[in-house]
Write a protein that binds this ligand. Structure first.
Ligand code: PGA
Length: 259
């Protein structure tokens, strides 16, 4: 399987800036992107425009969130089927910024994951990750197991669907100061490998019929991507801060392509 690289543009750019960056990504994808699967998650207002720019390119479109109902009186929310209609094939669910700033619980995350799986061709990416307090008390594995199983709780065990999990320790996210008060710093590859193997073992047990991928996210850039995206450490990366810089993404893709 090719490494899966997800660019999460968060709420960092205005519509015109996202369209400009999307064009730069398409140009970049022409040389050397075929060794990774690249997904870009613009902010909601730009999904349509960015999707049009990506048409005919190998870059897949993703969203940063969705609601758990398919339609109805839910002011401000976005339905999974609407995302699919706009061309999204991925959707992030349970990102730590949503859990921390918007109060998303495991319960809400589980409903959103199940709703996304309800739309053929829309792949949820379940985001999980511990805080620094949990990590320093060495309770991270128990915590992650709980978040993982809770997030998949409403998807029937026998359902044969690919499962994609993004492991993002809160303290490693580049803008962690917003979340936990200290600047983010990536986890070590060994620590990432410990979590990767732990999550993979649980997934084999709880999703025996499914292909699974575990990605790493948290301060990934062109300089460190290769230390994470390799066998036994991570099947890909969720990239935030570095993903709004075309040159940094180019470096990530080139190092992973061995160029
Ligand atoms: P970062 O963000 O790469 O800026 O640390 C990752 C994420 O929050 O998805």
């Amino acid at each position: 399987m090719k490494p899966l690289i997800i660019a999460n543009w968060k709420m960092k750019l205005l519509p015109q800036e996202q369209e400009r960056l999307a064009r730069a990504f398409v140009a970049m994808a022409k040389n050397g992107q075929d060794t990774v699967s690249l997904v870009v998650c613009p902010s909601f207002e730009s999904i349509g425009a960015v999707g049009r720019i990506f048409k005919g390119s190998p870059i897949a479109l993703g969203a940063q969130d969705c609601f758990w109902e398919e339609s109805g009186a839910y002011t401000g929310e976005v339905a999974p089927r609407a995302l699919k209609k706009l061309g999204c094939s991925y959707v992030l669910i349970g990102h730590s910024e949503r859990r921390v700033f918007l109060g998303e619980t495991d319960e809400i995350v589980a409903k959103k994951v199940a709703a996304a799986y309800g739309i053929p061709g829309l792949q949820p990416i379940l985001c999980i990750g511990e805080s620094s307090a949990i990590r320093s008390s060495a309770a991270h594995l128990d915590f992650l197991k709980k978040q993982l199983t809770a997030g998949l709780r409403l998807v029937p065990r026998t359902k044969r669907v690919p499962v994609v999990v993004a492991y993002e320790p809160l303290w490693a996210i580049s803008t962690a100061a917003q979340l936990v008060g200290t600047r983010g710093k990536p986890i070590t590859a060994d620590d990432c490998g410990e979590v990767y193997n732990f999550l993979k073992k649980i997934l084999v047990r709880i999703r025996p019929a499914s292909a699974t991928a575990v990605l790493y996210g948290g301060s990934v850039d062109g300089g460190n991507a290769l230390s994470f995206v390799r066998p036994g450490i991570a099947d890909g990366a969720l990239v935030g801060g570095a993903s709004v810089h075309a040159n940094e993404m180019k470096k990530i893709i080139h190092t992973l392509s061995g160029q």
